[in-house]
Design a protein around this ligand. Structure first.
Ligand code: ZN
Length: 441
């Protein structure tokens, strides 16, 4: 069985091509967002997309595994599914240099291929998966799926994988399960297996077929089944965008646009895109890990700062944790707060939670609100309905790890963690602009 695999540039063409009719009328930033989402089916692909954009803009890539002899004023590191980039000020002052961080996450809910995953039943070759993060699983059934991620061979070489659609989690007919409208239940081990062919194992395991690496040369893989459908512009006035991975590529992309547009200031400006938020952030490349902390220490050390000066610098810092927010569902206002809710295309959302599941407090809310005022961007404020626990994000975890005060914000979406989320196109531009002003301080 041959599976056509996309190169990144092919993927870009395909994704922009399918929406070509409206693409030409769209703001260049929205066109770029659509390409970015299409080319970034996994966190690993997102870091490739980010690397291209940063290098085009003159940022120098450093390696975490090398000593940093010389610190570029505009630099970045990539570790697996995470990217940290920075822009330093002309001069370092132990007493006054500031720190501004825009952080987001590169991963999204998906179906991850298990080890020894292939099995045959009734002429159907299926692949066992683990659920990565918290997808709305019912939206993943009966979708055309492709396979994306990375395979590492026995020599340590990384092979990126991004195939065309070939797979599906088949649903059960209504006639065979009359009760499903009242009582839809998913038994993950039983129901969420991916059908890939009628041909049996003679083709070899899927990680080998998809990557082209011989089975006995595969040493490890991080492969995910993800939806293949291209992003689409919807709404009578072309005001909505529908796609997979809006959580959280919307923030990764708008954050980057804001970061690239921000003028050099007296503060160190940092762009962080972490992996693994959807599974709790507690990894080497997650927001609870050491990656950003180590980069920040190496930046201040590059200016000759003592540990005391470094800690003072962190204490002066302010971070934005950017992750999508819940837009108010027009048919279900009952699950939202009657006052503190957000609408699509109403501007980015400031998230507040008394339990600190969002890191926002009065001082960081003010830092964000001031940036939005200067950028002439409206502020919507979100709090959970008092009967609903709601979600969290990387903000509190990053704040706890670094000791940098943090505000949680994001653009509103409908159907968060659906296989196909919906956002307002206008919010992206507003969010990027607010980030730009925030970073410029
Ligand atoms: Zn998220």
């Amino acid at each position: 069985m041959a599976i056509h695999t996309f190169s990144l540039s092919e993927g870009t063409d395909i994704f922009s091509g399918t929406t070509l009719g409206v693409m030409s009328n769209l703001d260049a930033r929205v066109q770029d967002l659509i390409r970015f989402i299409g080319a970034s089916p996994t966190s690993f692909h997102a870091t490739v997309s980010l690397t291209e954009r940063l290098e085009t803009r003159g940022f120098t890539r450093l390696l975490m595994t090398d000593p940093w002899e010389e610190l570029p004023a505009q630099g970045f590191v990539v570790v697996d599914g995470s990217v940290i980039a920075w822009r330093t000020p002309r001069r370092w002052s132990s007493a006054s240099t500031g720190l501004r961080i825009i952080a987001s996450h590169t991963d999204s809910p998906a179906l991850k291929v298990k080890p020894n995953a292939g099995f045959d039943r009734f002429d159907s070759h299926q692949v066992g998966v683990e659920v990565y993060g918290g997808p709305q699983l019912h939206t993943w059934i009966d979708r055309d799926l492709c396979l994306a991620g990375r395979v590492v061979d026995i020599d340590g070489q990384v092979h990126m994988v991004h195939t065309q659609a070939f797979a599906r989690v088949p649903g059960l007919a209504i006639h065979l399960d009359r009760g499903q409208r009242e009582n839809f239940h998913i038994d993950v081990a039983r129901d969420i297996n991916v059908l890939i062919s009628q041909v049996t194992a003679e083709n070899g395991p899927i990680e080998s077929v998809a990557s082209g690496v011989e089975p006995d040369r595969i040493a490890g893989h991080d492969l995910f089944f993800v939806p293949s459908e291209a992003p689409a512009v919807l709404g009578l006035g072309a005001e909505y965008l529908a796609s997979y991975r809006q959580d959280n590529l919307l923030s990764v992309h708008a954050g980057l646009l804001g970061f690239l547009a921000a003028e050099r200031s007296d503060a160190v400006q940092v762009y962080a895109a972490f992996d693994h938020e959807e599974i709790g952030s507690g990894t080497v490349t997650g927001a609870s890990g050491s990656l950003l902390e180590h980069v920040l220490r190496r930046l201040s050390a590059g200016f000759g700062a003592s540990m005391d000066a470094h800690l003072a610098w962190l204490a002066r810092g302010v971070a934005v944790s950017a992750d999508v927010a819940h837009g108010i569902h027009p048919s279900r206002p009952d699950v939202h707060d009657p006052m503190a809710h957000a609408v699509l295309n109403g501007g980015p959302v400031l998230k507040v939670n008394a339990q600190q599941r969002y890191a926002t407090d009065a001082t960081t809310a003010a830092a964000w609100t001031i940036a939005c005022r200067d950028a002439k961007v409206p502020v919507q404020t979100y709090a959970n309905n008092s009967n609903i626990l709601g979600g969290s994000s990387l903000g509190p975890l990053m704040a706890m790890r670094l000791g940098v005060r943090t505000v949680d914000v994001g653009v509103p979406v409908l159907g968060m963690h659906s296989v196909r989320e919906l956002c307002g196109i206008g919010d992206q531009k507003l969010f990027a602009r607010a980030v730009e002003f925030f970073l410029a301080g």
